[in-house]
Write a protein that binds this ligand. Structure first.
Ligand code: SF4
Length: 493
């Protein structure tokens, strides 16, 4: 008779992380018995309760409007850089050679398969996914289709984020994205970073976490539970018989937006794309953000893959998410020259040209100059920075400290079985109340219980698969573990 749960230690054949499933991860050992900790998981540690909902119980929170826009902005930048990577000139072309320019029209229809008939060994375009010589949709069309599908499916009850642009339709949001992308191409160029090749885009990388002074990866005790055909981190509702304790090495995992390699000395730069209402404010204090050094550390671990050049630093590339407007037409027929709205110089010039006039004429030249000085620089900010041995050493020590906290949280999740233990093991720290703070879990956080938790789909990350294990029907819960409502738990508190 087949046992309810497998006996013995977990022996998986593969590790899949939710956001990385099917994506090759550079830097991992061949043995799948590794524990993956992500940069975004570290970010959620600001509030233990938020970590518990998101990572401990696997409740998938809905993104805020700003996060949704930021994801789309990443997709546009990914398309641009995949294109540039594909058309990288050979080294023999010299240090100043540039790739084929990315044109505005490629935002609408895929430029890569428009310009080539064979885009990859398997014949599938890495930008749009179209097979053969078809010209697939560009990034804007793909994003619009996805937003429409999400809209039709209805927004999650957990989405309590502030509307970034109130009452904005999908068409208007796509247009906001289009104008931001057109401006980026105009300001930062269509051929990439001068003197550098794009050698990696949205690259999944990992590096081991080590305790200070040790050469072995950190391997804390962690509880795993059997699920259909594999294992995942244990949760409160898992039967004790399904749980195994393992000590597997911890690896830090993340996605590097872009890897740039110098055409002269082979050194590497980490590229990071962000969008913000205030790009200048975003880059202020970037040197205290460990994320950037973390990507540097992970890239350093896999640098042999890119020729072995040293990791020189990073390039933070922040674009404004504010709608770039056209000048208004005044009642007397002229164009408004107001400076209190976000009208970049290029949109003003285009509006002048559309009227059959010359932007360099005395009527417009001073205003165009004022826009170039006062408006344009606020829309796109690039901040380069160095990454040295001291930065990397500090990141490794801090990351070990974070990994210890996460491991302790993982062990505590199994015991978070009621309102009292949740309050004790995962106290709230309302980082959501800080300026710009956002948290998807305000509903269950203020009034926990079955209904509040069921509003969230459950994520799987990570699952260690083992084809030798039985597929246990119904072993994976369709909803997060349910803690009784606070009213019923008063005696605990
Ligand atoms: S709503 Fe605030 S206090 Fe509650 S889990 Fe989220 S960040 Fe923490």
């Amino acid at each position: 008779m087949q046992p309810d749960f497998p006996v013995g230690k977990p022996r998986p054949t593969a590790v899949n992380a939710d956001r990385y499933e099917g994506v090759p991860i550079l830097g991992l050992p061949d043995d799948p018995r590794v524990v993956l900790i992500s940069t975004s998981e570290r970010g959620s540690l600001g509030c233990d309760r938020r970590w518990m909902y998101g990572y401990g119980l696997g409740m998938k929170g809905a993104p805020s409007d700003a996060m949704t826009y930021g994801t789309a902005w990443h997709e546009v930048m990914e398309d641009v850089h995949r294109f540039l990577m594909h058309f990288t000139p050979p080294p023999s072309a010299g240090p100043t050679a540039t790739p084929t320019p990315y044109e505005d029209s490629y935002l609408e229809a895929c430029g890569l398969c428009f310009l080539t008939t064979t885009v990859s060994p398997d014949g599938v375009c890495p930008c749009c996914g179209s097979a053969g010589p078809n010209v697939g949709d560009g990034p804007l069309a793909r994003i619009e289709a996805r937003w429409r599908a999400e809209w039709a499916a209805g927004k999650s009850a957990s989405d309590e984020g502030e509307e970034e642009e109130p009452d904005e339709s999908i068409e208007q949001r796509v247009e906001r994205l289009r104008r931001a992308a057109q401006g980026w191409l105009r300001v930062n160029g269509r051929v990439g970073l001068p003197g550098y090749d794009v050698v990696g885009v949205e690259l999944a990388v990992a590096c081991p976490v080590r305790s200070p002074g040790s050469i072995k990866p950190y391997a804390p005790e962690l509880p795993l539970a059997f699920v259909s055909g594999g294992w995942r981190f244990a949760r409160p509702d898992d039967p004790p018989a399904s749980i195994r304790r393992v000590r597997w090495p911890v690896y830090w995992i993340g996605r590097v937006d872009a890897v740039f390699r110098s055409r002269t000395d082979g050194s590497l730069l980490v590229g990071e794309w962000k969008s913000s209402r205030d790009p200048s404010g975003y880059v202020r204090g970037i040197t205290v953000d460990p994320q950037t050094y973390g990507y540097g550390a992970m890239l350093d671990h896999v640098r042999a893959h890119f020729g072995g050049g040293r990791v020189r630093g990073f390039l933070f590339d922040v674009a404004s998410s504010v709608l770039q407007r056209d000048p208004e037409t005044l009642q007397k027929g002229g164009l408004s020259k107001a400076l209190n709205r976000t009208v970049p110089s290029w949109r003003f010039e285009a509006a002048v040209v559309a009227r059959g006039e010359d932007p360099a004429s005395p009527m417009y030249a001073d205003h165009v100059c004022a826009l170039r000085e006062q408006k344009d620089p606020r829309l796109y900010v690039r901040e380069p920075g160095g990454i040295g041995a001291v930065d990397l050493a500090a990141w490794h020590v801090e990351t070990f400290a974070m990994a210890k906290r996460i491991a302790e949280n993982r062990r505590n999740v199994v015991d978070a079985i009621d309102a009292g233990s949740v309050a004790l093991l995962f106290p709230r720290q309302p980082v959501c109340r800080q300026p710009g703070g956002f948290c998807s879990y305000r509903g269950p956080c203020s009034s926990d219980g079955p209904d509040a938790r069921r509003a969230f789909p459950v994520r799987q990350d990570p699952v260690w698969t083992d084809p030798a294990l039985p597929l246990a029907a119904g072993s994976e819960p369709a909803a997060p573990p349910v803690t009784p409502s606070p009213e019923k738990e008063e005696s605990w508190l």
